[in-house]
Design a protein around this ligand. Structure first.
Ligand SMILES: [Fe+2]
Ligand SMILES: [Fe+2]
Length: 482
């Protein structure tokens, strides 16, 4: 069997030889109906009978892995796809450095590995749940299609993690797989495991910010799991990353198109001052200070996903060879880190201070720094969009101490500039830093659906190019094709 190509003859498309792996196939087929129930209950609201122009992975060859066609979402071929195996692959870091990569779960690391897979797996269906109401207010068919593409791929990522659980973790793996369908984003009794995945995604600007900032956390986590000495996890994550790139594209271009539209409308109306919020809003576009506040919110929530800056868990994962650093194999050092330090931002005597910590326990901080750097590049591109229109405004990532629920700064209040303030002052200023109720109401008032091909809502510019090079008036979703 050619492992580059995907076997579509089974109910579960795959390139892992499921037909010859009866036990795992049976377990996955047993899980499948529950997954479809979950999709019907918690997947996109409405549009389940519509024909959506989606890409489906047909290969794991980076040169041509996807095909585009109209699909009804419940009929999407969710599959198990792993990047090709490299027979010479080694463990590239930690105390097993240089050993042959593991094809089976090392007994001593079983619990740790299962935890890593479950945490990653839990985020995938969570975002689908968070975004399920958005189809109804899509600003165009193009955007609606992108939303659904992200949703079906997050569903596939769940499949990817469930395959690992079913194949490598026996009975407790099967229980974890069932629990992934049981938890619900924002549920009081059985919420999703991580904070940002229990927040609401109430509008499309939130959706774009989420796919830019929170999917990018996903990218960083997948990048470090792709370094894993446990080869099946590495191969799974490597293929997920090819899909993930589109999710962040949706976020980056989405926010960029909002900025473009706002700035053009301001220019056309002769508004020079971006802080004339009411005047700008009267044009039916989202004012730039509100975009900044949305960014403050989603960036700070996403920073929490990296966990505590100093973490013995992170050190243990690394030592064990289970979770590496971003670009591990490109870094020039000993890949053991036993004698290294890394600067960590800490709260000491009420001040934010950089302190050298052992590099092993500072791995979360390091990954978060890599993340921040990655985020900042797109923010610069957004600023270019604004600059080109001649509007005088710059977006800025808030300080890492701002609005944090996890880690060093969870006990303090800091402004977006990183100035520590008392609780009363924070409460007075809060609505200048984060979206207020009335900001939310205003954005919601703009969220009227546009479903005519080639047309866009007042608050967002059309994209520069279509998906799969389709023309501007292409019907990305055939809504009435029930
Ligand atoms: Fe994902
Ligand atoms: Fe994603």
């Amino acid at each position: 069997m050619n492992l580059m190509n995907v076997d579509y003859s089974t109910k579960i498309p795959n390139n892992v030889g499921l037909t010859e792996d009866r036990q795992v196939l049976k377990a996955l087929e047993g899980w499948h109906p529950g997954y479809l129930d979950w999709w019907n209950d918690m997947g996109p609201e409405g549009f389940q009978e519509s024909l959506v122009y989606l890409r489906t992975a047909v290969s794991v060859d980076p040169k041509g892995w996807a095909k585009f066609d109209y699909v009804r979402m419940p009929e999407y071929r969710w599959g198990v796809l792993l990047a090709p195996q490299d027979p010479d692959r080694k463990v590239n870091f930690g105390q097993h450095l240089g050993e042959k990569a593991w094809q089976e779960v090392p007994g001593e690391y079983r619990a740790m590995l299962r935890r890593l897979v479950v945490i990653q797996g839990d985020t995938e269906p969570a975002s689908v749940e968070q975004q399920r109401h958005l189809g109804k207010t899509a600003p165009s068919l193009y955007d609606m299609r992108n939303l659904f593409q992200v949703n079906v791929e997050e569903g596939r990522h769940l499949w990817a993690m469930v395959y690992l659980l079913q194949k490598y973790f026996g009975r407790d793996g099967r229980e974890e797989a069932d629990d992934l369908l049981r938890r619900r984003s924002g549920d009081a009794d059985s919420p999703r495991m991580l904070g940002a995945f229990n927040e609401a995604t109430p509008d499309w600007l939130s959706f774009f910010m989420f796919t830019y900032f929170t999917d990018r956390d996903g990218k960083m986590q997948l990048e470090s799991l792709a370094q894993s000495g446990f080869d099946p996890l590495s191969r799974t994550c490597r293929f997920m990353l090819t899909e993930e790139a589109h999710h962040m594209f949706v976020g980056e271009t989405g926010v960029g198109r909002v900025l473009q539209r706002t700035c053009e409308a301001m220019k056309a109306a002769g508004i020079e001052d971006p802080n004339q919020i009411e005047k700008v809003r009267a044009l039916g576009v989202i004012d730039l200070p509100t975009v900044q506040k949305k960014m403050n919110l989603h960036y700070s929530l996403s920073l929490d996903l990296f966990g505590s800056e100093v973490s013995t868990n992170a050190a243990n994962f690394y030592n064990a060879g289970l979770k590496g650093r971003f670009m591990e194999t490109k870094i020039e050092d000993d890949h053991r880190l036993t004698n290294d330090t890394y600067p960590v931002a800490k709260l000491i005597d009420g001040r934010i201070t950089m302190v050298d910590e052992p590099a092993l326990t500072a791995l979360n901080m390091r990954l978060r720094d890599d993340y921040t750097e990655d985020c900042a590049k797109g923010v610069e591109r957004w600023n270019k969009v604004i600059e080109k229109t001649g509007v005088n405004f710059r977006l800025e990532l808030p300080h890492t101490a701002f609005h944090r629920q996890i880690g060093e700064f969870k006990g303090i209040e800091a402004t977006p500039k990183g100035v520590i303030v008392n609780g009363a002052e924070w409460s007075r200023q809060r609505d200048n830093y984060l979206p207020s109720k009335s900001d939310g109401d205003f954005i919601e008032s703009l969220m009227t659906p546009v479903s005519e091909p080639g047309k866009y809502a007042s608050w967002i510019s059309p994209p520069r190019v279509g998906i799969d090079n389709k023309p501007g008036d292409f019907e990305y979703v055939k809504i009435e094709n029930a």
